[in-house]
Design a binder for this molecule. Structure first.
Ligand code: ZN
Length: 354
């Protein structure tokens, strides 16, 4: 099968990324499905994997890509939820369904948790084999979902859902600060926050992205390159600050994030795109009753819920640009430069299922 693979990891990741023939993804075992992939979406995770993360990667060549959508090509024994020919969305978080966290329904806390494209061969290939638990049937929508939208949906929407709904428990009438609105998680967080009836302050360093954020419902936007975010937030909130900050930037924004929090505020983080080492003045944390919480991925119930919402016409993903598989490197370049607004997608094949 054709695939986008890494032949090594390291600082010059683009030199190690190539489109090549690799052995087909294995035939599905019991409880698994093999999907003929039509589109795969890019995530920052892919960039981290390419640079080399401790303990990650099953060896080279490594098929990249966490997000994807396609047609079920074949199913293993015992699979009753989907059949060959069904169009499906892929949930990239693979849980064991046997550990104590899985049994308690918290699949993203699984002690054997693995991600497609990081610990396992990914979606940027003509075929991917994964547990049937990890595919969701295509929701009926009008206008119909495109392959690119379907591929763009899962990772950022599920990440933002758990952060905003499950962890931060953002409520109607509260104000939330969302950093870096061009990124997929931030965009999804903005839209989820609006669904919940919250007031959203969104930041970006690009004015055109801020214009788009307002079109998507952001109540106030701040250019974090030209404006001091905490000052603006204090002014906008009668010096009180926001109830919730959605963080995925890390070092570059952390201290400002804490300065933006209201007394009793919640900061939820799912990433550290600018670096993971941050400073925290504990006196401020306890004195102001701050809650700092981590979040990653979702459990099966939450994933089913976001797919249901998608079927109701909510949370339809925003696709920035679509590249053919042969130009996957250009797609990664765009992501690495942060030029995108929404998801960068690679189309694997537009042919009928093989
Ligand atoms: Zn488990």
């Amino acid at each position: 099968m054709r695939a986008c693979v890494l032949t090594a990891t390291g600082p010059n990741a683009s030199y190690h990324r190539e489109i090549t023939e690799v052995p087909d993804a294995p035939a599905p075992q019991a409880g698994e499905v093999r999907v003929s992939t039509r589109a795969a979406a890019l995530n920052h995770l892919d960039l981290f994997v390419a640079e080399g993360m401790p303990g990650s990667g099953p060896g080279f060549p490594h098929v990249v890509g966490a997000d994807g959508a396609g047609v079920v090509e074949s199913v293993g024994s015992g699979v009753t939820t989907v059949r060959a020919g069904d169009r499906v969305l892929v949930n990239p978080g693979i849980s064991c369904y046997t550990c104590e966290f899985c049994l308690a329904g918290e699949h993203s806390l699984c002690v054997n948790y693995r991600l497609l494209g990081e610990h396992l061969p990914g979606t940027m290939a003509e075929l991917v084999t994964l547990p049937a638990h990890n595919v969701a049937r295509w929701p009926a929508l009008s206008p119909e979902l495109t392959w690119a939208e379907a591929a763009a949906f899962s990772l950022v929407t599920l990440t933002a859902w758990r952060m905003v709904v499950t962890r931060a428990q953002l409520k109607a009438g509260e104000t939330v600060l969302v950093w870096g609105i061009g990124g997929g998680v931030s965009l999804a967080a903005l839209r989820i926050a609006k669904l919940l009836g919250a007031r959203v302050i969104a930041t970006s360093s690009h004015d055109d992205k801020l214009t788009e954020a307002r079109r998507l419902g952001a109540d106030v936007t701040i250019n974090h390159r030209t404006q001091k975010v905490s000052q603006e937030v204090r002014t906008l909130t009668q010096k009180r600050g926001v109830e919730v900050v959605v963080e995925n930037v890390g070092e570059a924004t952390w201290e400002e994030s804490l300065r933006c929090l209201k007394r009793g505020g919640r900061l939820v983080t799912c990433g550290a795109t600018s670096g993971p080492e941050v400073r925290v003045d504990l006196r401020r944390v306890f004195w102001h009753h701050y809650t700092i919480m981590g979040s990653t991925m979702v459990n099966a119930r939450e994933y089913a819920e976001i797919v249901r919402r998608l079927g109701e016409g909510e949370l339809r993903p925003i696709v920035d640009r679509v590249y053919p598989l042969a130009e996957a490197s250009k797609a990664y370049e765009r992501l690495a430069k942060g030029e995108q607004l929404g998801k960068v997608v690679v189309e694997i094949s537009s042919e009928s299922p093989r």
